[in-house]
Structures are given as C-alpha cells and as structure tokens.
Design a protein around this ligand. Structure first.
Ligand code: NAD
Ligand code: TYD
Length: 360
C-alpha cells in the first residue's frame, strides 16, 4: 500500500486503535477515517495531536450503524478497513456480557455486510483497488493452555472460555464465513496481551502502575500464576501494517511478543521499576502493596502464541523487549497525569468498586 491510501479504522480512539492511527500518520502511511462510538474506553484525547492533521478524519458512531458506515464508505472509498472496535475487557464481560454481544458479534456482522456491499460495487472488479478488511482479534479465542502445551498456532481449534473471547470468536467466524462464501478479502489477526501508553487503567499493567504510585493495594487474582504472552502495542500495530501490506486475503496471522510471563512476575517487575523511579516514596518497597484476591471466574490459566507464520511469510517480528517496553510504559503514565485524570470518570470509579469489592 502507498501513502495515497485511505484506511477506515474502527475503534480508533481506544488503546490499540489510537496507537495504530498515530503510527500511520507519523509515517504518512495512509489517510485515516476513524469511526468510534466513544464508549468509556474511547478517549479523543488519545489522538489530540492529530487535531490539525488534514489527513485524519473523525466520525463518532457505531460500527453497527449500517447507514452511517455505508455513507462513510461512499464518501471516502477506503482501500482498507481495520476493525478494532470492540468491548475488550474480560472482567466486564463477566458482569455485563450484553454490550459484548452487541458490538463484537452484531456490530461486526453489520460492518461486514456493509463492507461486502462496498467491495462488490467498487473493488471486486476493479484491478486498481486492492481492498482489505482486517479484523483485529485476540489469542483468547483459542482457550486455555496447560503448562506443557505448545503455543497456539493458526490451526489450533477455537475454544473460547469467557463471554469476551466467545464474542470475539463469533466475530472471527463471521469474517471467515464472508471470505469463504463471498470471496471477500478479509484477514484476521489474533494477538496476545498488549501493553503500552494509553491503555485504559482497568487492565493489569496500567492498573498496577497507577495503584503502586498511589500506594493502593495491587490486586493479583488467584495465585498469580496465570500466564499471558505480552507484546508492546507498537509491535502489534507494525504487525497489522505488515498484514495490510503483504498478507494474503483469507488468511489468519497470530501475533505475539514471544514473552510469556506469570502475572505475579509482571506485578513484581512493575513494583521494581517504581522502587527505582521513586526511592523516597513512603510505599517502598512497592511489592509490599501486592495483595492476592479472589480469582476471576473461569480464569484462563495460560496463553502462549506461536507467531512463526507471520515472521516466516511477512518478515515481521516483535522488536521491543519487555524491560524496555515496561520502562517506557511506566514513564508514560507518570508523564501524563492529565490523561489519567480524564479517564477516571465516575463510571470508572464505579467499575473499580464493583469489580474489586467482590474479590476482597
Ligand atoms: P479498547 O477497549 O481500548 O478500545 C475499543 C475502542 O472501540 C474504543 O475506542 C471504543 O469507544 C470503541 N468502540 C466500542 N464499541 C464500539 C462500537 N459499537 N462502534 C464503534 N466503536 C466502538 O480496546 P483495545 O485494547 O484497543 O482493543 C482493540 C481491539 O484489539 C479489540 O478488538 C480487541 O478485542 C483486540 N485485542 C486487544 C488486545 C489487548 O491486549 N488489548 C489483544 C488482542 C486483541
Ligand atoms: P487483563 O489485563 O484483564 O487481560 P486479559 O484478561 O485479557 O488477559 O488481565 C491480565 C491478567 O492479569 C489476567 O490473568 C487477569 C490478571 N489480573 C489480575 O491479577 N488483577 C487485576 O486487577 C487485573 C485487572 C487482571
């Protein structure tokens, strides 16, 4: 793809979508049309630096709004659609799964249907238009691994365990079905746990960073030995660009950081960085704030991703070490108190109360 391309990015005000848009605009990779419903997780501040960029266009709206999406496709005639829009937090999907079904399943369905129509009318028989629909998904669709199991491959059968992962699995199946039935040029990426700047502080790493700074308990679920694979968000965004540029339509690509770690190790790493950054804090050693709490129901034990296919076929591999990425992330949260303040609305505080009160 070249710099005159236009991408319709959905969910671009969220954590990964905003990193993707910033990367695209920094490299003048493509003009961006961002469609975002601005749920609690969507923060326009994430893209404040693009406010005077004439190659960036924001539209507030729902991916399930067929008329709106159809009109955006007609107006901008994008070369690619990158679908980040989703409800994304497992704990929220346990307390209130309905929004997950609405956006992740029905929203993706409506988006696909309108995109199919657009592709058939403007791209399918137009050799000059190399259209792609990239659906951004998660490794959680594969279910939970035992400690000796090999990492997830693209051929691993789906076995989702949470309402979140089940809704993402359903959306992946819809994309797959549109590829198979209509020859629609869809591709799916299944990525492991992201971390980095601008992640909403309900997720493990930013929650622990902010709690540690404020001397609040660091709530580790269960025995802290659940394992995730961690990837710095920009590495994920670079992988998505590789798939857009060089990926084969109809294919699935696993993306991971080659960085499996138990949660307790992540939390200890964060407390270690905080000790170094703030040696005079009354909370040193910050590890004393660690607090084991009641486990998440149905908590998947281990995720691990084999991303050799994308490395072999597209030449992508993660570039950030966990240590570099974590230092950068902690520093970002320390340097951006205004952002932190802006996401800590009444709703956010209510969520924390609801989630952690059940665990104490
Ligand atoms: P996020 O929750 O930070 O952001 C989601 C964004 O989607 C928000 O800006 C929100 O306003 C928007 N949105 C929600 N519902 C919408 C709707 N109906 N219409 C339009 N916009 C809507 O999520 P994230 O962490 O940036 O994740 C982005 C995508 O990547 C998701 O599809 C998620 O499943 C996937 N993913 C996330 C991770 C991770 O570790 N965060 C890992 C793998 C895959
Ligand atoms: P999370 O960031 O919610 O991502 P996911 O559930 O999609 O993997 O959680 C990452 C891991 O951290 C997961 O095993 C649950 C655990 N966790 C805690 O131990 N304490 C917390 O307060 C949170 C939010 C998560």
């Amino acid at each position: 793809m070249n710099s005159s391309d236009t991408y319709l990015v959905t969910g671009g005000c969220g954590f990964i979508g905003s990193s993707f848009i910033l990367l695209c605009r920094k490299n003048n990779k493509a003009d961006i049309v961002n469609l975002d419903a601005l749920t609690y997780a969507g923060n326009p501040l994430n893209l404040a630096e693009l406010q005077n960029d004439s190659h960036y266009h924001f539209h507030k709206g729902d991916i399930g709004d067929k008329e709106l999406v159809a009109s955006l496709l007609e107006q901008y005639k994008p070369d690619a659609i990158v679908n980040f829009a989703a409800e994304s937090h497992v704990d929220r999907s346990i307390f209130g799964p309905e929004d997950f079904m609405k956006t992740n399943i029905m929203g993706t369905f409506h988006l696909l249907q309108v995109s199919l129509d657009y592709w058939e009318r403007h791209c399918k028989n137009n050799p000059g238009k190399r259209f792609r629909f990239l659906h951004v998904s998660t490794d959680e669709v594969y279910g939970s691994l035992g400690s000796d199991d090999p990492p997830f491959q693209e051929t691993t059968p789906y076995s989702p365990n949470s309402p979140y992962s089940a809704s993402k699995a359903a959306s992946d199946h819809l994309v797959r079905a549109y590829v198979h039935t209509f020859g629609f040029p869809g591709a799916i990426t299944n990525c492991s746990n992201n971390y980095g700047p601008r992640q909403f502080p309900e997720k493990l790493i930013p929650l622990m960073i902010l709690n540690a700074r404020e001397g609040k308990p660091l709530p580790v679920y269960g025995d802290g030995m659940n394992v995730r694979d961690w990837i710095f968000v920009n590495d994920h965004c670079e992988a998505i660009l590789s798939v857009l540029d060089k990926g084969t339509p109809g294919e699935t690509y696993n993306i991971g950081g080659n960085c499996e770690k138990p949660n307790i190790e992540i939390v200890r790493a964060i407390t270690g960085v905080m000790d170094e950054l703030f040696p005079d804090s009354p909370h040193v050693p910050h590890s004393s704030l660690i607090h084991f709490v009641k486990d998440r129901p149905g908590h998947d034990r281990r995720y691990a991703v084999d991303c050799s296919k994308i490395t072999r076929e597209l030449g992508w591999k993660p570039s950030m070490t966990f240590e570099q990425g974590l230092n950068h992330t902690v520093q970002w949260y320390m340097d951006n108190p205004q952002w932190v303040g802006s996401v800590r609305s009444g709703d956010y505080l209510k969520w924390l109360e609801k989630n952690y009160e059940k665990r104490s």
